[in-house]
Design a protein around this ligand. Structure first.
Ligand SMILES: NC(=O)c1ccc[n+]([C@@H]2O[C@H](COP(=O)([O-])OP(=O)(O)OC[C@H]3O[C@@H](n4cnc5c(N)ncnc54)[C@H](OP(=O)(O)O)[C@@H]3O)[C@@H](O)[C@H]2O)c1
Length: 337
């Protein structure tokens, strides 16, 4: 059983902790919050809360006894320093997407984790889902990919504050916010996982008064095809995502938490439809929680360690492309300065 400590007490941490406990691979042992009352309130929802450790000091928190893994779900720009502190204290780290603000930060943390012999995971939960892998299998060895159109836009309730002239964390350059970092990252992960690293990539964004992107279109160019992707946090999209092949179209209801995959195929003039609907799990973070625990618990297992190295390479590719898109669009974070 892995002893888990958490940073960030918002709803997503509850979702991860519930998934971790449900996986039966972790138990919640410690909670960090800037306010001890918040930490206690967070812990009160879980078993053995009377034995829980609390801290409002990050250095003390990282050195608490018996902690194996720290899950970090704070505003994006804080991930780097927090992950660095945890790794230096010899803890494995699971960091919410996007794990860092810049590629340089990512590379430094990966090197540090290797030196300290701990694992560093970016929690891009959708890549661990069964249906995400099913799409990858449908595309394996296909040489007739003609293009794709992937979408992920969701109106954020915090955009209301932007409209009032405020700067909530998720829309702030101080906290490395914006549509590309928050939702675009899911699309970039999908495109690179399914089609590889693009030869060229472009981002056409619409800036908010806070300086970050509210909405935008990415185009990834590959040999022989393009992938177009729309992301945004100030509008909702209801379009499915589609991948175009020589003889068929793969239709997805979404790019993360995919519930329905339909392959519409032309065969001798007839349209044949294959459906791969999968029961959705109660908690979409269980698969990643299990995947990370397998790597941590099996440091000598060649298959698990190869998997880990593949995730590391994927994270590097995603952050290298994402940073280039962001710079192209002139989105400057405090973390860049
Ligand atoms: N995988 C997913 O599906 C998913 C979904 C949502 C979010 N996320 C990711 O999770 C992370 C957190 O997102 P969020 O929307 O929950 O962020 P948030 O509400 O801005 O902050 C999360 C937590 O960080 C702490 N915090 C907030 N502002 C802070 C500040 N100025 N200085 C220090 N700590 C601060 C707070 O905990 P305390 O007050 O207890 O210290 C807060 O509960 C992001 O990286 C986001 O991309 C992932």
């Amino acid at each position: 059983m892995l002893n888990l400590g958490i940073i960030g007490t918002n709803w997503i941490t509850h979702e991860f902790v519930s998934a971790a406990i449900k996986s039966e691979e972790y138990q919640l042992k410690a909670v960090y919050s800037r306010q001890v009352e918040k930490a206690q309130e967070f812990a009160s929802r879980y078993p053995n809360s009377e034995e829980m450790m609390y801290s409002t000091d990050l250095v003390d928190f990282f050195h608490l006894d018996d902690l194996d893994v720290i899950y970090i779900a704070s505003p994006n720009s804080l991930h780097y320093e927090q992950a660095k502190g945890a790794i230096e204290a010899g803890k494995h780290v699971i960091v919410e997407k996007p794990a860092v603000s810049t590629l340089e930060e990512l590379e430094e943390l990966i090197d540090l984790a290797e030196e300290k012999e701990v694992f560093y995971f970016e929690a891009a939960r959708h890549i661990h889902e069964e249906n995400f892998e099913r799409v990858a299998l449908l595309l394996k060895n296909r040489e007739d990919i003609l293009g794709a159109n992937l979408n992920f836009m969701k109106y954020s309730s915090r955009y209301d504050a932007v409209l009032k002239g405020e700067e909530p964390n998720i829309f702030s350059p101080k906290f490395s916010g914006g549509a590309l970092m928050d939702l675009g990252v899911y699309l970039i992960y999908a495109a690179i996982s399914w089609f590889g690293k693009p030869k060229e990539s472009f981002y056409f964004d619409q800036k908010l008064p806070t300086g970050v992107d509210g909405l935008g279109t990415m185009i990834f160019r590959y040999d022989g095809f393009d992938v177009t992707m729309m992301t945004g946090k100030n509008a909702d999209n209801y379009l499915p995502s589609e991948i175009y092949l020589g003889d068929s179209t793969i239709c997805l209801d979404a790019v993360n938490s995919i519930q329905e995959i339909k392959v519409k195929k032309r065969d001798k003039g007839q349209l044949i439809e294959l459906s791969y609907a999968e029961e959705s799990l109660d908690n979409p973070m269980i698969e990643e929680a299990i995947a990370f625990s397998k790597v941590i618990n099996n440091p000598m297992n060649v298959k698990e360690q190869k998997q880990y190295q593949d995730w590391i390479q994927l994270a590097k590719d995603v952050h290298s492309v994402m940073e280039s898109l962001r710079k192209q669009a002139g989105i400057v974070f405090d973390a860049d300065k």
